[in-house]
Write a protein that binds this ligand. Structure first.
Ligand code: ADP
Ligand code: MG
Length: 243
């Protein structure tokens, strides 16, 4: 299922900013990263795709149902009074799946995201990296066809960020959802995804839209290659010139 944005626009009347006119076609199973300075409309773009905001211009077409979409917020957004397993199974429970069935379905995700030991912990007992893992498990348990991620790793230390990024790439390879991934890290965007969009201005417009032909497997060493570094520099210049 593809997503088609045609001159898509959202201007908030209060601030006169938001998202400028965005045109793009995102084919099924593509992982698109979105870079851009704060306030250029990245979160607005995700909300428009999710149907959480009304556009003010242009059009958006996407055939995903609400149930096929998962949203991963920047701050993990876990329910503090629920345990790890209860947080992860929540989307299934809300769909009427029994507790035992939901917990059974959660097991492979606990394993994949290395959370088995923490199933009965509460969020307050977890590090930032673990909370984010729970949030990712909760997003994936419904086997979404579209995952919208808003700076999911922003609060994490670099080594954990790299590890989670690699894990997410593995999950993507196995399940092939469409992913729209907002990040402030140029390296993360280029290393993990198949396409990068750089937004500029307020309201934001597309300054660069590039497929990243770095192959399916993304070893850490890719980041040192000259092709990779050239694209990093290109993105950096675009982000710098309008910050
Ligand atoms: P980003 O995620 O790239 O930092 P946002 O999408 O959150 O940017 O916001 C884009 C612009 O729209 C910003 O200038 C912000 O102040 C404005 N904005 C976002 N949400 C609202 C809102 N609910 N009401 C008014 N202005 C908003
Ligand atoms: Mg944002």
């Amino acid at each position: 299922m593809r997503i088609e944005l045609n001159c898509l626009q959202k201007i908030y009347p209060e601030s006169k900013t938001g998202l400028g006119s965005i045109t793009a076609v995102i084919p099924p199973s593509q992982w698109v990263s979105v870079l851009g300075p704060s306030g250029c409309g990245k979160s607005t773009l995700l909300k428009l795709i999710a149907g959480l905001e009304e556009k003010t211009g242009g059009s958006i077409e996407q055939g995903f149902t609400k149930k096929e979409i998962s949203f991963v917020f920047q701050d993990a957004a876990l329910l503090p009074w629920k345990t790890v397993i209860e947080n992860i199974t929540l989307p299934l429970r809300l769909r009427g799946v029994s507790r035992s069935e939901a917990e059974r379905e959660a097991q492979p995700w606990l394993k994949k995201l290395k959370l088995e030991k923490f199933a009965d912990h509460f969020p307050s007992q977890l590090s930032g990296g673990l909370k984010m893992r729970v949030s990712v498990a909760r997003a994936l348990i419904t086997k979404p066809k579209l995952i919208l991620m808003d700076e999911p790793f922003a609060a994490l230390d670099e080594p954990i960020r790299i590890e989670l990024g690699l894990e997410l790439r593995e999950l993507w390879k196995a399940l092939k959802p469409t992913i729209v991934f907002v990040t402030h890290s140029i390296t993360e965007a280029l290393w993990l995804s198949d396409r990068v969009m750089v937004l500029q201005g307020q309201p934001g417009q597309v300054a660069l839209d590039r497929e990243l032909l770095f192959g399916i497997d993304r070893p850490l060493s890719l980041r040192a290659s000259s092709d990779f570094q050239k694209t990093v520099e290109e993105c950096f210049q675009l982000l710098r010139s309008h910050s």
